[in-house]
Design a protein around this ligand. Sequence first.
Ligand code: ATP
Ligand code: MG
Length: 329
Amino acid sequence: MVILWLLIYFNILNVLKKNLFAILSFSIFLSILVSIIFSSRFLKPIKYIKDALNIYGSGNLDFHIDTKNMSNELTEIAVSIQNMAQSLKGYINELQDKQRKMELLNRLSSIGLLSAGISHELNSPLNSILLLCDLLLKDFNNNGTINIDDIKTIKEEAKKCVEIINNLKLLDPKYTSSDIRDVIDLKDVIEKIVTYLQEDSSKINFKLDLESCKLIGNRTLIQQAILNIVLNSIDAIKDYGEIKINLKRDNDMIILEIEDNGEGIDESILDKIFDPFYTTKSPEKGTGLGLSLVYKIINDHNGKIDIQSKKNVGTKFIIRFRHYENSSD
Ligand SMILES: Nc1ncnc2c1ncn2[C@@H]1O[C@H](COP(=O)(O)OP(=O)(O)OP(=O)(O)O)[C@@H](O)[C@H]1O
Ligand SMILES: [Mg+2]
């Protein structure tokens, strides 16, 4: 019996030996077939899902994932990703809508604030013009004379109105100072301003430390911005005080510091001082447009302005501009 089994075993072994080549070829063919099936059933769809994720990532959240040749599991994953993209799209739309509404509200409220400021500021000079015109007419009708001082005051008040309107024009976001551009040396501008101001402000000791620093811009506007800051410093100094102006170049940047030891600014109003028509001064002294103009002008010249202030200690404005690139110095 054992012999019979051994014979069968050796017979099979013989047949197998003969067909070894056929078996090997069949195995190779089988593994290639399995990899092709695996690749088409799993790898390709996974790559396709990865590409779809990239498309979503680039912002096209409407992309449709075709799940036709995918296994059930991958179809589930693809559908979840697609749903997630759709809810993300809804969320973004909602946010954009809210942002648009907020912007509109902000615009309306700043238009409201601005109109209130404009009417308040123009109201008082225009009313005094009207009042003085009535007085003049009355005087003329009564005794045929006209008070020259009244005419001078009318002119002053009218000039104030023109000034407010001109400043408002400069604040218009559509207005840019790009049409008139020069290479400006800030050192010259500051020296001219200080010479002009020194003549009638004997209470101020100006301390200047100025390097030649050049930028491209509108000379008149830059002059106006620096003048507005220095005028505020003069107003902040009650009796006798000091205004330090430092101008230096730091690589490709210009750093301008204007510092006074005046009354300083209360922390609670620091974030308001650049708002149009915000002023702590009396109507004859200030309209509250000075620093709004400073901010707009510096911004239009790609500069930055920072402020440090302490009540009863003083205020420092730090302004940074990019230095004129082709300058050799
Ligand atoms: N150097 C400073 N020291 C103290 N307070 C300052 C200084 N600079 C600005 N301020 C405060 O900021 C406010 C706004 O300044 P801004 O120049 O815009 O308006 P104004 O000086 O009041 O009026 P205007 O400049 O239009 O004549 C001032 O009223 C003042 O309270
Ligand atoms: Mg001012």
